[in-house]
Design a protein around this ligand. Sequence first.
Ligand SMILES: Cc1cc2nc3c(=O)[nH]c(=O)nc-3n(C[C@H](O)[C@H](O)[C@H](O)COP(=O)(O)OP(=O)(O)OC[C@H]3O[C@@H](n4cnc5c(N)ncnc54)[C@H](O)[C@@H]3O)c2cc1C
Length: 297
Amino acid sequence: MIIHQEFRDLGRPNLGIAAWAVPSLVRYGTREQQERFLPGTFAGEIVWCQLFSEPGAGSDLAGLTTRAVRVEGGWSLTGQKIWTSLAQYAHWGICLARTSPDRPKHDGITYFLVDMASPGVTVRPLKDINGDELFNEVFLDDVFVPDDLVVGAVDEGWRVARDTLSHERVALGDSWGPGARHTDMARHLARLPSLREAQRERAGRLWAEGQAISALGLRVTLSQLAGADPGPASSVRKLLGMWHAQEIAEFCWSLDPSDRYWSRMILTTRAFTIGGGTTEVQLNIIAERALHLPRDP
Ligand SMILES: Cc1cc2nc3c(=O)[nH]c(=O)nc-3n(C[C@H](O)[C@H](O)[C@H](O)COP(=O)(O)OP(=O)(O)OC[C@H]3O[C@@H](n4cnc5c(N)ncnc54)[C@H](O)[C@@H]3O)c2cc1C
């Protein structure tokens, strides 16, 4: 926390997916896994991707069908993943696969670490709305994963996955606006001629909102450090952070419609509505787990 605060004005390396893979490795990984992967990850030498979503399993992630079959010394994984950000650059992937198809869907899933250079891994980039190729289709065809690359217990990967997903929401709430935060807005405003009254008011409101979101993020982080599950607070954080980043992009662009950076940010920030858990799903989590409303039928 102290390092984070002291370094707040410096550009720091972005760990990407590792920002939410690492906490799960710390909590559920073996000592050998931690020693093998954490130093290289922090040094930026190991890039991670997240092989969770599938064509038929997004919000309902536990419906995933990628199979892991027991083979000598480990597991053989076969299936298709989709929307896998940065898979084309990643060295390793955190991957969910079904190890016990006969058990209830949340029970038979295992959490694996997959070497993206393994034979049988095929990565095909997909184009985003902003023209970039961030995410990919990933095909796993009889990919061997040794036993020592299972995180947590076999068939108990859902618990590890939930941990990763809640850390993902926290991280996305914070940094999914790389370039669309209230501080970015302030830098943009400093370059423009003075604003009209209504624009000043909107800028002030967005600044205050950005501060409130940061405070909420701090609260979530503190409760994580105290050992608590980030739970529904991470959903609140993700939702607010997403709306905020989208509004910042729209506001900054409206001040200077010729600005290509901000017109592009409008497109980039649309993805935040879906990635890391859709808005409807976050609202359900907040309604059911924080407000204790009746479960969505
Ligand atoms: C930019 C970006 C990057 C991504 N990166 C990755 C990645 O690296 N790795 C990875 O594994 N995945 C990644 N994803 C995938 C992301 O996690 C899924 O897109 C997301 O979980 C939604 O799943 P889906 O696309 O299958 O939509 P669906 O789950 O099919 O949802 C379709 C619609 O139905 C709604 N809906 C679904 N269920 C409910 C419900 N119970 N109640 C109310 N409404 C519901 C949704 O809100 C949505 O509007 C990424 C997505 C984006 C946009």
